[in-house]
Write a protein that binds this ligand. Structure first.
Ligand SMILES: Cc1ncc(COP(=O)(O)O)c(C=O)c1O
Length: 442
């Protein structure tokens, strides 16, 4: 008997349809806006220059002549695409050079380059974990981590965002599950910009015999004296068993990497389905990433890391002074405060976030919007982010436009959340997941 259920029904009935319709009618949809030129500090979008505070181009290297030349050289030598997987005809010398350089930079025995960071996470987690294992993940972890956990069919035990006491209790339970245990956290959380307390997490991992994997997507090329990420900054490089990073942020390209012990990397090379059964990256993406890695590792690197972090602090303090509720900096055990290039403004209500976004966009500033399920219900954010190449005049102009947008917005919609004595990162509620346990951050 034919089924009466149409698998397409959900496309016609889902909960967001009405909201999307209204947002489109009001020309207030903050997603899929069209960029018409390079991601520079001021970018051309939909016919107008807009201050770009919504990219992950942290070091501003997408417009760097050496990075562009790296892409062009690769294009000219290898053509537009490799038309095959790394496993078969899709490996070129640029992959091997990148793997050598990334392993050296991160101080690991080996590294494996994937076509995207999402694939690196699902390719590592989905292969190393099996149904007999347990994976312990922070509730604020990136969607690709959650996807990898689900793919693996390991027992997933989430713990409340950045709560080491909860991690400890979760590890106690996990140690009774009977299989191997992997703890996986973002080094810098993608929406809130706060850092994982890695020394405490690493201590709990060794106490419970668990392996530790750290996603350095937002930290590579930003944190640590070498720019090697959160593990370097917090002095736990020798205690993180696996490190993941992407080329789609500081490295101004597209691709991903898993770095760790040689035997594990070799296992992934011949077993990881998201590595083996997809096309290799376009050569230009590899050439650009390699050039960006070399800039980060040159004498120029630390100045770039300083510049992006200085800009982040400047924007964070400026927004706070204007009365916006910004996520508080992370304090390290030595008392140092870290403001990462992700500088979120907490708005709370989804529609208010959309209307504030629209006021900013019309005034000439582009920022990202994070609404549920990317963040917990009532935890909507404007996710702003800076580049090393933003100059102070541009940031000052952005702050002026923020002040103006706030004034107009509040006169129409009422007050925005004010900076509290201690504002709480949005994911602290631990609810930053969809009903199927997946978090949809970008
Ligand atoms: C923390 C984190 N991990 C992984 C990824 C996936 O990386 P990619 O964009 O290279 O697929 C992202 C990208 O947004 C991210 O923010």
């Amino acid at each position: 008997m034919p089924t009466s259920t149409d698998v397409f029904a959900k496309a016609r009935e889902h909960e967001r349809l009405e909201q999307l319709k209204v947002a489109r009618e009001l020309d207030a949809l903050p997603f899929f806006r069209v960029l018409e030129g390079p991601t520079l500090p001021v970018a051309e979008m939909e016919g107008k220059p807009r201050i770009m505070l919504g990219s992950n181009n942290y070091l501003g290297l997408t417009g760097d002549e050496r990075v562009k030349q790296g892409a062009l050289d690769a294009l000219n030598r290898y053509g537009t695409g490799l038309t095959g997987s790394r496993f078969l005809n899709g490996t070129i010398e640029l992959h091997l050079e990148l793997e050598r350089e990334l392993a050296e930079w991160l101080g690991t025995e080996a590294a494996l380059v994937f076509t995207t960071g999402h694939q690196a996470n699902i390719g590592a987690l989905g292969t190393l974990l099996g149904p007999a294992d347990t994976v312990v993940a922070d509730s604020g972890d990136h969607a690709s981590i959650l996807d990898g956990c689900l793919l693996s069919r390991a027992k997933l035990r989430p713990f409340r965002h950045n709560r080491v006491d909860r991690l400890e209790r979760t590890l106690e339970k996990a140690s009774e599950d009977g299989g191997g245990i992997l703890v996986v956290v973002d080094g810098v959380f993608s929406m809130e910009g706060d850092l994982a307390p890695l020394p405490e997490i690493a201590e709990r991992c060794s106490r419970f015999g668990a392996r530790l994997m750290v996603d350095e997507a937002h930290a590579l090329g930003v944190l640590g004296a070498r720019g090697a990420g959160t593990c370097e900054l917090m002095g736990v490089e020798d205690r993180a068993d696996l490190r993941m990073a992407t080329f789609s942020k500081s490295l101004a390209s597209c691709g991903g990497v898993i770095a760790g012990p040689s035997d594990v990397i070799e296992f992934l090379r011949i077993q990881s389905r998201p590595f083996m059964f997809t096309a290799s990256a376009a050569p230009a993406a590899l050439g650009a990433a390699l050039a960006a890695v070399r800039i980060c590792r040159s004498a120029e690197g630390p100045a770039l890391f300083d510049r992006v972090l200085g800009n982040a602090r400047y924007l964070h303090d400026g927004l706070r002074e204007l009365g916006f509720k910004v996520v508080e900096p992370t304090s390290l055990p030595d008392g140092t405060e870290v403001v990462t290039p992700v500088v979120p403004v907490v708005v709370g209500d989804d529609w208010k976030a959309v209307f504030l976004w629209k006021a900013l966009y019309e005034a000439g500033v582009y920022v990202n919007v994070a609404i549920h399920p990317a963040v917990p219900p009532s935890g909507a954010l404007l996710r702003t982010s800076v580049m090393a190449s933003h100059d102070r005049a541009t940031l000052d102009r952005a702050l002026e436009l923020f002040a103006e947008a706030k004034r107009v917005f509040e006169s129409e919609h009422g007050p925005l959340p004010a900076p509290a004595g201690a504002s709480e990162p949005a994911s602290l509620s631990g609810a930053a997941q969809t009903s199927d346990g997946r978090k949809n951050t970008l």
